[in-house]
Design a protein. Structure first.
Length: 249
């Protein structure tokens, strides 16, 4: 009997891998909201629930910590989200295929135990963006967790036209050159003139597009194949756009 269980484990592992959707199957994650059953647990949540705070900008400017994703659901109902392809599996014709969920396995006395993790980006395409990571046994639960944590990690992105080739004064790019870092990955964001577009890889474009940036040059250094560090470095660079701003009193 134990030998038969050991033979079934690789088959079960393949079945688990086949359950994970590809990037084409999940273009956008729809996490159900429960605003009707929402009972605020924090002071900020009660103020939003009672209607005393009706703007997300006021919360982000005051640097209040968002501990409930329902706050964002109420103030930004049109918030969009996307998944970063952090996982991989064998393709049908050989090679590797990128998937939005990373699968890890631990060996215990009772056999292999699988766990999934996902990395999401949320934004309103108008100067607000956030990232988050979630892990769970089921793929849909890890995706839902990552979206909820991204909602609680929102920042404002300072936009402008910092390119000497353009000078239109509109908010289509960033105002000046900025750096970001995470792990071994370093990122340099450069303002670009109107019409250039997002000069970056596909995963970085997801963050910049949801942040409301239309034209930018991106330079990367280090192990950029580690997608989590790459996106976190870009997110760090976007936060550094406010490095010259004065903190509120």
């Amino acid at each position: 009997m134990p030998e038969q269980e050991e033979k079934k484990q690789p088959i079960d592992e393949i079945k688990e891998m086949q359950k994970v959707p590809t990037a084409e199957q999940v273009p956008e994650v729809r996490v159900p909201t429960s605003l009707d059953r929402w009972v605020p647990k924090t002071k900020l949540g009660r103020l939003v629930f009672e209607g005393k705070i009706n703007s997300i900008d006021k919360i982000l400017d005051s640097r209040e910590r968002i501990s409930e994703p329902e706050i964002v659901d109420k103030l930004l109902p049109d918030l969009k989200n996307d998944l970063i392809l952090i996982g991989g599996r064998k393709g049908k014709g050989g090679g590797s295929q990128r998937i939005p969920v990373k699968i890890t396995a631990t060996m215990t006395k009772s056999g292999r135990r699988f766990r999934t993790s996902a990395f999401s980006v949320v934004g309103n395409e108008n100067g607000i963006v956030g990232i988050g990571k979630g892990s769970a046994v089921e793929a849909r639960d890890s995706i839902s967790k990552s979206v909820q944590r991204a909602k609680m990690n929102l920042i404002k992105v300072k936009r402008g036209c910092g390119s000497w080739e353009c000078g239109c004064g509109k908010e289509h790019s960033i105002p000046y050159k900025v750096h970001g870092k995470s792990g071994s990955v370093r990122v340099v964001l450069l303002p670009a003139p109107k019409g250039v577009g997002l000069v970056a890889d596909n995963e970085s474009k997801k963050v910049l597009r949801l942040a409301g940036i239309k034209d930018i040059w991106v330079k990367t250094f280090g192990n950029t194949s580690m997608r989590i560090n790459l996106i976190t470095a870009i997110f760090d660079a976007l936060k550094n756009l406010y490095i010259f701003e004065k903190s509120p009193k």
